[in-house]
Design a protein around this ligand. Structure first.
Ligand SMILES: O=P(O)(O)OC[C@H]1O[C@](O)(CO)[C@@H](O)[C@@H]1O
Length: 541
């Protein structure tokens, strides 16, 4: 991390002042500027030309990035230095996909060996299930449905990828995800599936997560009933992915059915590990390896391209600009692809759990805004919900608009309309409509023209994937991972711990017995919580 993190708002204040005098209408018209702000990495084209940046501002941001020592920080991550300082851990999700890289991996060779061995085990399992040979591995003779039980990083990555790669899925098994502790989801699922042909993948790095264990217990009870309580038969229906093999084993998953997670892989960076088992079961091991290869190609790009062409660097600099210099508190992610419907929630965890920090590893206040609130949903649906506010509301919200050039279906009429909408929104946000233009449309009515005026000058990034494939999805996810890494570096915060999730978990442990009316020796609850518990207990039937 840079020794002294500058306050970006003051560092770039002159550029912001200059740019406040130019509307995006004018900036966009400059082709040289456009060329500096549009770059490709493999199947991904990033277009930042609708951001409120000009070449001098971009160069100043890039110069600051270079001065920050980002390449050394990046290389330390790839090499497995313990950059997650609060937990004393290396951060080696890139090693999980290094097999697809054309640059040599500097990750410790022991980690690389364990990763390859795990991939081989995953391949054996996936092939056996697809070929109907899974009984030999101790699993049920017929498997029709696979339920991934996990939450946060143990859910969002596989969930996103299984949905995004639906056109690549095998018809041999169906995939399901059970996440929330809300019993409705588990109840609905067990009413739909056949316990005799269901395989459950328990995914939990810690194997202590309340939601996952409760849902696991529900499914175990349901399968146990179908197996007449035969524990050995029940165990055949469970796989586990965990760093806590011992607890997973004592919970009831046989050792040979447990796949490892490692301390050097954070939950929200774990899709590339055995956490991706549900994905591999859905699209086959070849497809899973293609996702890894896509991520590895982005790693190579991140490790070799100068910041001027480096997509993660450009995305990170844009975020510093929008968040710290222009002061926008949120950013919306709008994929124009139903298949990418889970991307906003995936990025919420990746970005907000990683960068939602206000203290440095040295315990000092960060001194400037860090992660914006990330939100969003699919276009065009979003246009008919909240885009009114994005165009004419009082808040400016930078957007990531994500599109697919070639769809996986033959309905090109629909797809062209979808892409036109993406480009139209980006243009409308940037260009707006002046009062005079609105007046020309309704010359007699100045009041109406005022209401039909669009300020424009509202920034968006457009990211186009040639097609949504295992490779391009891998590259897309790795792009955002590296952007997050760079932002952690530029803000001087640890992007790889998540202490902020602990307090609520421990209070929930105190509330549960009180809610159930059980006596316990936990400290008394605050007055507001006690009143809420009283109200719930009073109305319970
Ligand atoms: O994999 P586990 O240990 O069940 O944790 C699930 C999730 O909970 C968190 O620890 C907190 O939300 C995430 O970082 C993690 O992805």
């Amino acid at each position: 991390m840079p020794a002294n993190v500058p306050t970006y708002a003051s560092l770039f204040a002159d550029h912001a002042r200059r740019l406040s005098q130019s509307h995006l209408r004018t900036l966009i018209a400059d082709p040289a500027r456009g060329a500096r702000l549009r770059h490709r990495a493999g199947p991904l084209l990033l277009d930042l030309s609708r951001q409120k940046l000009d070449v001098p501002a971009l160069d100043a941001l890039g110069a600051q990035l270079d001065a920050s020592g980002w390449q050394a920080a990046r290389d330390a991550m790839f090499a497995g230095d313990p950059i997650n300082t609060s937990e004393g851990r290396a951060v080696l999700h890139t090693a999980l996909r290094a097999g697809g890289s054309s640059l040599p991996s500097p990750a410790p060779s022991e980690a690389q060996r364990e990763i390859e061995a795990t991939l081989a085990r995953m391949g054996e399992l996936v092939d056996a299930v697809h070929d109907g040979r899974q009984e030999a591995l101790g699993l049920p003779g017929t498997v029709t449905d696979i339920v991934n039980i996990g939450i946060g990083g143990s859910d969002l990555g596989p969930r996103l990828a299984v949905a995004a790669l639906a056109p690549f899925r095998t018809p041999k098994v169906r995939s399901h995800f059970l996440t929330n502790v809300d019993g409705q989801a588990a109840y609905d699922l067990i009413n739909r599936l056949d316990p005799r042909t269901t395989l459950v993948v328990m995914v939990s790095k810690t194997f202590t997560t309340q939601e996952t264990l409760l849902n696991g217990n529900v499914l175990r009870g349901w399968i146990s009933e179908a197996c007449n309580g035969d524990e050995r038969a029940v165990a055949r229906h469970f796989l586990a992915v965990s760093a806590n093999t011992e607890v997973a084993g004592s919970w009831g998953v046989p050792l040979r059915q447990i796949f490892p997670m490692w301390d050097f892989v954070g939950g929200r960076y774990s899709l590339w590990s055995a956490v991706g088992l549900s994905l591999a079961l859905a699209i086959g091991m070849q497809g899973f390896r293609a996702v890894l290869a896509g991520g590895a190609h982005m790693d190579d790009h991140f490790r070799s391209a100068p910041w001027q062409q480096n997509l993660p660097a450009l995305l990170a600099l844009t975020e510093i600009w929008n968040r710290d210099v222009l002061g926008y508190p949120t950013r919306a992610v709008v994929p124009y692809a139903d298949l990418l419907g889970d991307l906003p929630s995936y990025l919420q965890q990746l970005e907000m759990e990683s960068l939602g920090k206000s203290v440095t590893p040295q315990g000092a206040p960060v001194g400037q805004p860090t992660v914006p609130v990330v939100w969003g949903s699919v276009g065009t649906n979003a246009q008919h919900a909240y885009f009114q506010a994005l165009h004419q509301g009082t808040e400016v919200v930078p957007l990531d608009l994500i599109g697919i050039v070639n769809p996986a279906h033959p309905l090109h009429g629909n797809h062209d309309a979808l892409l036109s909408n993406l480009l139209a929104q980006a243009a409308a946000l940037a260009l707006g409509k002046t009062f005079d233009e609105a007046l020309a449309e309704s010359p007699a009515d100045r009041t109406l023209a005022a209401q039909r005026t669009f300020p424009g000058d509202r920034p968006s990034s457009v990211l186009l994937l040639d097609a949504l494939t295992p490779e391009s999805l891998g590259a897309l996810i790795a792009l955002y991972e590296h952007k997050v890494f760079l932002l952690g570096h530029l803000w001087g915060i640890n992007a790889f711990d998540q202490w902020g999730v602990e307090l609520g978990k421990s209070i929930a442990r105190q509330i549960l017995p009180a809610l159930r009316g059980e006596s316990s020796d936990v400290p008394p609850l605050d007055a507001a919580t006690s009143a809420s518990i009283g109200a719930i207990r009073e109305r319970r039937s």
